[in-house]
Design a protein around this ligand. Sequence first.
Ligand code: OXD
Ligand code: MN
Length: 594
Amino acid sequence: MIKYAHVQEWVDRMAAMCQPDSIHWCDGSEAEKQRLTAEALQTGELIELDQKELPGCVLHRTAVNDVARTEHLTYICTTFQGDAGPNNNWMSPREAYRKASEYFSGAMKGRTMYVLPFAMGPIGSPFSKIGIELTDSIYVVLNMRIMTRMGEAVLDALGPAGEFTRCLHSKADLDVNRRLILHFPEDNAIWSVGSGYGGNVLLGKKCLALRIASVLAQREKWLAEHMLILGVEAPCGRVQYIAAAFPSACGKTNLAMLLPPEGLTKKGYRIWTVGDDIAWMKVDTDGRLWAVNPEMGFFGVVPGTNSKTNLNAMATIRRDTIYTNVALKPDGTVWWEGHDDAPPAEALDWRGKAWKPGQKDRKGEPLPSTHPNARFTAPLTNCPTHSWRYDQHHGVPIDAIVFGGRRATLAPLVYEALSWEHGVYVGASMASERTAAQFGALGEVRRDPMAMLPFCGYNMADYFGHWLEMGKRIRQRPKIFHVNWFRTDEKMGFLWPGYGENLRIIEWILARCRGEVSGAETPVGIVPNPKDIDMTGLDLSAENMTQALEVNAKDWIAEIDAVGQFFETFGTRMPDEMWRQNEALRMRVLAADR
Ligand code: OXD
Ligand code: MN
C-alpha cells in the first residue's frame, strides 16, 4: 500500500503515544474482512449468527455503560470559546490534547492499531472528504467498511500532499470517567477515547460528516446537514428529491425507505433511498442545490423495526449486517422488542444474560431483551429501494427541504415557509416535545434547530447566518417545508397515521415545488387545502384533517416567546434576520387573531 510521508509521520507520532504491539494498514479487501472477522469471532468481540438465515451477519455486544452517544463528554475544541458557541461543550485545544494524551498513552499496548483510510462521499467527487482513522477496534474497522468507502483506493485518491481529517480512536479501558470525544476543527482532527459505541467511534459519521464538515461547509460555502435524502419517481419517470431533517429517533430511516401506502400504489410511484442520516449539499453550475449522502451504509435503530414500520429495512438487514446489542435466540438468529415474530421462549439479552419474556428488573420494571438504542449496520446497497445515483459524483438535485419535529400540539401536519429566510427561521426554531411514553416530562420542549443541535461543530448563530448566506448563492432555491406527523387530539391519539401514508403529504410538497397546486395562507405559512391531499384508501375524518392543519394563535404567541428566549442564548451573534422573522411571525399571528 502507498504510505505517503505526511500520513506515515502522523501514524508514527500517534503510535508512539498509544504504543500498539503492531500496526495494520487496511486495504479494504474482502480477504482482509474475512481475516478480521475470524479474529473477532475467536476473541468474542463478534458472535456469529445462523448463516443460513442471516448470511454474513454477526452480533456485537458493547460494554453495558457504553450504549449511546455521550453528548456531555463531546467537545468542540477551538481557540476561542465563542466559536464553539453555547450549543457545544468547549475545551481549549491545548487542554483537550493534554487530557486526552494522558488517556491515549499506552492505551493500545497488547493490541493492533488499524490504519483505516476512508472517503465520505464518492471517491474523487468534488463533494468528498478523506479521513484516516487509527483505531484499536476490529468492530470499528468492520463498521467503517460498511458505512464508508474504505481502503487502498482512498489513499490513491489522497495523493502525496492531500488534506485529510486525522481521526484517532482507542477503546482504552472503556472507562466512562476516562472517555472523551474531541473535535479540533482548526486542526481538522478528531480524538475519541474510552468508548466503543458507534456514534462515538465511527468517526466518519457524526464527528467528521457533521461536526467537522459543518465547519468546512461554512468555510467552503456548502451545507453539511443531519438530513435524509429521498427520491420520489412519478409514473412518467420524473424524479424529485427531498432532503429532510428530523431530530434523532423521529423516523428518518423509516421515511427514507418509505413504502407507498396501498391506496396510492395504483399511481405507480417508486421511492428511491439516497440516504437516511446525512446530506452534503452544494450549489452546482445550474444554480440548484445538489446533494450527496456521504455514507455508504445505515447505522439504524433496531427496536421497533418490523415489516409494518419499515419493510425495506427488514429486507436490508437480512444479510451482511452487524447487529449491536440485540437479543440472541437459541437458534442463532436475533430478536428485539417490536419484531414481527412473537418473543422467543428464551434468549440471551443484549448483555448476554439469560432472558425470558415478561422478565422484570430489580425495580419491577419490564426488562427488555434488546437495548433501546440497539443498532444495525448494513450496506446502503442492501436496501431494495437504494437509489442508483448514490455513487454519482454530482449527487441529486434537491427540490424541497423538509424540517420536522414531534409536537403533540401547535405545528400543523405540514406548512410551507413563505421565503428562504422564513424557512431558515422555521429550521432554527425546530423543536420536539417529550411525551410521557418517551422521555422527560410531558410537553417539555427541546429545541433542536435543523436537528443539528448535537452535531453543529460551531456557533449555531453563525450557522444560521451561513444558511441565510447560502440562500443568496442558490439561484433556484428549494422550497422549505415543516411537517409534524405527531400531532394528537385531546385524547392523545395521533391525528395522522404516519409511516407510508406520509407520501400523501410529500405528494403535495412536490406539487407545490412544481407550482401545480395552491394552498391556504396562514400566519405560519402555507398549508394544503384538504381537497388537495389524495386520501384514496385512507379512512380519515375531515374533522381530523382540519384539526391536523389547524393554526392556533394563542399557542403560537407562546411559541414565538419561547423561540425568542432560545435565540437570546446566542446573544449579539444571532443574525438580525432571525429576530426579524420572529417578530414578523408575531405580527402575522396577531393580525390573524384580531
Ligand atoms: C444517529 C443519531 O445515530 O442521530 O443517527 O443519533
Ligand atoms: Mn442521526
